[in-house]
Design a protein around this ligand. Structure first.
Ligand code: FES
Length: 79
């Protein structure tokens, strides 16, 4: 799965939902404004960077193109 985020005053970001630790589905944490993994507590920022382990690899990021008709996500990770 994917998490689509609109960064305030910024672009739409598409992140993989698969935690890079053991593969649980991560979720958006509105209160902390970051991505959380419910399994072992890893946290990631809106660019996929690890804020807190045990994960030590960033979440893959997918390129997003915004058009007048909507959003196109390319399913080829750039990072
Ligand atoms: Fe996400 Fe372990 S699977 S922190």
């Amino acid at each position: 799965g994917l998490i689509l985020l609109r960064v305030p005053d910024g672009p739409v970001v598409a992140l993989s939902m698969v935690c890079t630790h053991w593969g649980c589905d991560v979720d958006w944490d509105t209160k902390q404004a970051c991505v959380d993994c419910p399994c072992h507590g890893s946290r990631f920022d809106t660019t996929g960077k690890v804020l807190e382990g045990p994960a030590d690899e960033p979440l893959p990021v997918y390129p997003v193109t915004e058009t007048a008709d909507g959003i196109i996500v390319q399913f080829k990770p750039v990072a």
